[in-house]
Design a protein around this ligand. Sequence first.
Ligand SMILES: [Zn+2]
Length: 265
Amino acid sequence: MKVKKWVAIRAVLALAMLGLAGFEAYRIVENPSNQLFGKTLVRGPRGERVVALTYDDGPNPPYTQQILDVLRAEHVRATFFVVGRAVQAYPRIVRREVEDGDAIGNHTWNHGHLVLYDGSDLRRTMERTDAAIFAATGVHTRIMRPPYGSRDWLVLDEVRKLGYTPVMWSVPLAMDWEYPPAKVIAARVLRYVVDGAIIDLHDGNQGIVCARAHVAQRVCDRSADVAATRLIVDALKREGYRFVTIPQLLSMEAIARRKSARAGG
Ligand SMILES: [Zn+2]
């Protein structure tokens, strides 16, 4: 009887440990700064007073246009990681992003976890999104961000083969999807901004096309991100930061790398 009890306890403990290992693996897969699976851009060069504002999951009217209005009024450029299905629904908003001088990134067709895709599904979701972006804007993007930050060796290998640079973020997510007030979003972001920081906000919700999806209006409400954008831009301008797009940050990175390679001999 006693032996059986110990067997049961050990089985429960083993299961709990397996669960913990699984949770830890999942945490590593989605950790934005982990370079275990291959190199991603997490932040720009140190010693440059620049910051990159990025927005995921749009386009999503009217909030994306409201963010664009703020950026335009502030003479600030940002980067939008767009979801293919939303690009197809709202091509004109993406065209405006490009016309305003903002950069576009590929955030897949329907915001899936890429670690669950095989190679051909992964290529399909990237290429279909690229085609929608090109149809809307006439440009191809060479940067991408995996939804949820979810990636592994296969994902990064495939996206690199397709010619993309994977882009993460350095400022911990402000959890803007939980609808905190703008002030809270801004405070969560500003606490972690350093030279070369990449900020990740959301102008949409997983690319859901709310006008068609029969979901509660709140699902797509990004008004707090609009107001937070204004607060963040104002605060960082006061601190002397210049706003750059991700392609600009990448070329600064490349220059810094060449310089340090020369300095190293
Ligand atoms: Zn996303």
